[in-house]
Design a protein. Sequence first.
Length: 499
Amino acid sequence: MELVATEIDIGTRTPTVMLNAEDAEALGVHPLDRVEIRHDSGTAVGIVETSDELVRTGRVAVTRPLGHVTGPVEVTIAPKPKSAAYIRKKLDDVELEAQELDAIVTDVNQDRLSDPELSAFVTGVYANGLSRAETLHLTESMVDAGETLTWNVPVVADKHSIGGVAGNRVTPIVVSILAAAGVTIPKTSSRAVTSAAGTADTMAVFCDVDLGIDEIRAVVEETNGCVVWGGSVDLSPVDDKIIRVETPLSLDPPGQILASVLSKKKSVGSTHVVIDVPYGEGAKVPSLAAARELAEDFSRVGEALGMAVECTITRGSQPIGDGIGCGLEARDVLAVLHGDGPADLRAKSVRLAQILLASCDVDASAEAILADGRALSKFREIVAAQDGDPDVTVDDLPLGSHTRTVTAARDGVVRDANNRLVNETARRAGAPRDLGAGLDLAVRPGDAVAAGDELYTIHAGTESKLAEAETFADANDPVRVGSTDEAFVEQYEPDDRPL
């Protein structure tokens, strides 16, 4: 069918072809079918949508990924990609071969799959899991789909946390310690999806995190390390597309976690990796048994990929640090680097850094590097190299001026600081978009409190966002106080188990 193509912006990253319903019927296609468009410079494939209001007969509207397709075109029915059949096999709990996983990754990378098809793949992985062989093949395919970084050094360190723990902002501290010890550590990090801040959001308070490949290389060659947003570079791009459909479904299957994390590490050139696996209520990994199983899989798949991967299992049922939200977490990071700050954030950062130093066979003390100011100096170097102010102080950091302090209604003990509710309260206050919004925690689970003692303070940039956060907090009690119970308090003793 001969039509005239024009671009349309409907806010989708999927290559979409919008047809008038009459033309779609004449062509014999339905929504979510595929069509091939032949134009002057080649061919393109898009997912069909129909509309009588937005497209008149004789026209075809294409979204931005197909924006180069304009003018007279020929539109024909395109067959489903072979990978759709492989996705069905995964749904039927059939183990996929390497070439089948490669076909799925290729089609995801080239946007040949519709969102329902990609969601079906994620659902199949969630319901039926991935074997260790499947996980390895999927990871390798995801690495091959994007760019990779290589370094002229034998040891390249990296660190990752599985996530789910509010305020767990150890990465800038760990990177500063390792880089100060002379270890190459190019760290790509994520922005927040459901939390109040991702590592990249917090680092963005200090400096630019949207660096390209050449800029990353220049920063690392100058300072040994960096902390940048992974979405600004084309490292394992398929992972970002899979995460996009996982998020609304709240699905994060273990096999996909492995492939997601390890493909990023392999793409950035890592040789030695320490992975923090928090477990417990509110964390992504629910139990110690599940954490140990995931840690073992990380180590074995990492070894098969040529990386030394060491996992540390930590309790993740409560937040780390005092601040929840970009500016508040940045404050905690800077305070720890200056020799102060939350004790739990400092202890966890030193512990992970020491494990990574030992893995890299570097005879150095993470505690000493932090205590004598070398980590702070290195952090300032990295911030300067990423176009930030190396002399930034705590007073310079953003902090929402509209506040409410929540106090204990009775004497007792803090029973719970729920990660999910703490994060959501901070998000209602405006985090992470508002860098100064969030929660400032004054207590930890297990702390004894008297009526009227401060539990936390909400910071927001506007009265309306403060009111929204207050309403949510009042209804959900992100920090709960109960009667004194020594047996309960004991479960909050530190639990740090390297594997």
